[in-house]
Design a protein around this ligand. Structure first.
Ligand SMILES: Cc1cc2nc3c(=O)[nH]c(=O)nc-3n(C[C@H](O)[C@H](O)[C@H](O)COP(=O)(O)OP(=O)(O)OC[C@H]3O[C@@H](n4cnc5c(N)ncnc54)[C@H](O)[C@@H]3O)c2cc1C
Length: 509
């Protein structure tokens, strides 16, 4: 997923008529060899880089809201005034340009000096922060601590063997062979040294001593903390059937897992995917891109129906079938051997490899060791603080009070994990930022991307607008007449509009 590099629209260095720029509508052009967009907010005109720093999404097709600009692809949010990446998934700022008005014309005259305002070091009692985790929430938190001016020691303990990586890519372009491995790390190795972040890989934390305020690791070391963030994420649910642990059976959570699948593809002709989950189906699409014959086995009547409803379930099924995936729905695997998978109905499917995508469970052992309040996740308050003061949780493990539904919810979304990491970081520093974020996730199947805003665990009605067949639709999942979540296909701007509206409502609550 990357935007073509060709420059579009007028040459803004040569100027445009001021009346061509309308309030609320970004105008795409270029200046000095770069894609630049102009935005009018009241009497002010801003010029910023037009390419999202996350996946190079086209910001001119995104949403302007006050002095912010959101990317249509994965909802990164930037400040027009400073270029700062205000909300993940983008971690880097966009460039700002200087605009000059002369005789009813606007000219982009060059790059503006760095407008990011370094946060003054504010007095804090904290001398040491420990983050347990090396994923989305942990990385975003570590970066935000430094952006917020925290200068004390900062240690990240990660059980992963590799540095924080772009996990969503592991089941998509990387697995399909369309993204080189250089794209996978979230940051280059030197980033951690430059920001005084001590990243300890292959380091599993085994216990939290709340009294002594220290984290103990499996290698015997202890890490004292003034404040602690738990971001231990989730781990795949394992199959409990004969053959479930054979070397041809794979799970997918880490870069090592994705590499292991890829290393088995040489000469492989057939793959069986167990589970029609998001990850299972993305794996199916990636393996089809590598020309394997792919069979998906799942107990459900339609893929993803429990999460998205029957209309989208049917759409996803036919989309994958159009690409050659063979479904075995209403079925489960009962055993696996080196070359095949045996189903409950007696059928046998040939398989050079098997990928299991039957869901994940939050990794709660560490939270249990500290006797934190748990409820199918780590319970946190609106500031993402757990039941023990000074210990925060973010990402896939956290169950937080969602202002929109009024429920305590836990989700497994990349952007939520990063945004919660950012909020938790500010709150570790005592900033008291409420978690009013609106859950958002995307999932990609071939050239179709689903964008999901909100959270609907249960619904009693689905309203469909537009047409899934034309790949241009919006589905509302309602409970008692209230839209809890909105899923869009090919309507990115609407997805952003829903996010912003819900965010404002959450903040007002
Ligand atoms: C293949 C794949 C594709 C995905 N695609 C999408 C997508 O398209 N869209 C989307 O919204 N979401 C997607 N997700 C989900 C998304 O990646 C997760 O929601 C997100 O990574 C959660 O972030 P996290 O920081 O909570 O946990 P993680 O990113 O899982 O990080 C957890 C970290 O904690 C470490 N850890 C765990 N226990 C310990 C311990 N005891 N000691 C030390 N370290 C520990 C782990 O090693 C890991 O580094 C995908 C997930 C996967 C696996």
């Amino acid at each position: 997923m990357s935007q073509a590099n060709e420059l579009k629209g007028p040459d803004l260095a040569r100027g445009i008529g001021a009346s061509e720029l309308e309030e609320g509508k970004p105008l795409l052009g270029h200046a000095h060899g770069e894609a630049v967009l102009l935005a009018k907010v009241g009497e002010e005109v801003f010029a910023v880089g037009a390419t999202c720093t996350h996946y190079s999404g086209p910001l001119a097709e995104g949403l302007l809201d006050g002095e912010t600009l959101r990317c249509p692809w994965h909802h990164a949010c930037f400040s027009l005034r400073t270029g700062e990446a205000l909300q993940a998934p983008a971690l880097n700022a966009i460039a700002c340009f200087q605009v000059e008005a002369r005789a009813d014309r606007l000219f982009v005259i060059g790059k503006a000096p760095d407008r990011s305002v370094p946060k003054p070091e504010r007095p804090t009692q904290l001398a040491s922060v420990v983050i347990v985790g090396g994923g989305a929430a942990a990385q975003a938190a570590a970066e935000m601590l430094r952006r917020e001016g925290y200068t004390g020691t900062l240690t990240m303990l990660s059980a992963d063997a590799s540095p924080p990586c772009d996990r969503p890519n592991l089941s998509k372009d990387y697995l399909a062979g369309n993204a080189p491995e250089e794209w996978i790390p979230l940051r280059p190795p030197e980033f951690f040294g430059e920001h005084q972040i001590e990243l300890l890989l292959s380091t599993r934390a085994t216990r939290i001593d709340v009294e002594k305020r220290q984290v103990e690791a499996a290698d015997g070391r202890s890490f004292p903390y003034d404040a602690l963030l738990l971001a231990t994420g989730a781990k795949p649910i394992e199959l409990d059937i004969p053959g479930g642990k054979l070397p041809n059976v794979h799970y997918l959570r880490t870069l090592a897992d994705s590499r292991a699948i890829i290393s088995q593809l040489d000469g492989a002709k057939r793959a069986v995917v167990l589970g029609a989950s998001f990850i299972g189906l993305e794996v199916a699409a990636a393996l089809r891109a590598r020309q394997l014959e792919v069979h998906v086995v799942a107990p459900d009547a339609r893929p993803l129906e429990r999460v998205l409803g029957p209309e989208l379930g049917e759409f996803i099924r036919s989309l994958h079938e159009e690409h050659g995936v063979v479904f075995h729905l209403g079925q489960t695997a009962v055993s696996i051997d080196e070359k095949s998978v045996h189903l409950a109905n007696g059928e046998t499917l040939q398989a050079d490899l098997v990928v299991v995508g039957i869901g994940v469970r939050p990794a709660l052992e560490l939270a249990e060791s500290a006797s934190l309040a748990l409820d199918r996740g780590v319970l946190v308050n609106e500031y993402l603080e757990t039941s023990k003061p000074g210990i925060f949780a973010a990402g896939d493990i956290a169950r937080w009070p969602d202002p929109h539904t009024g429920d305590k919810i836990r989700v497994e979304h990349w952007v939520v994990a990063e945004r919660q990491g950012q909020i938790a970081a500010r709150n570790l520093l005592g900033r008291k930022q409420r978690c009013t974020l609106v859950p958002f996730f995307w999932s990609q199947h071939y050239d179709v991307v689903l964008s999901y805003v909100g959270h609907a665990e249960k619904w009693d009605q689905i309203k469909v607008h537009g047409s899934l067949a034309r790949r241009e639709a919006r589905l509302e999942l309602l409970r008692a007449g209230k839209a809890l979540a909105v899923v869009t296909v090919g309507r990115d701007l609407e997805s952003l509009e829903v996010e912003v509206a819900l965010e404002k409502a959450n903040m007002a609550r």
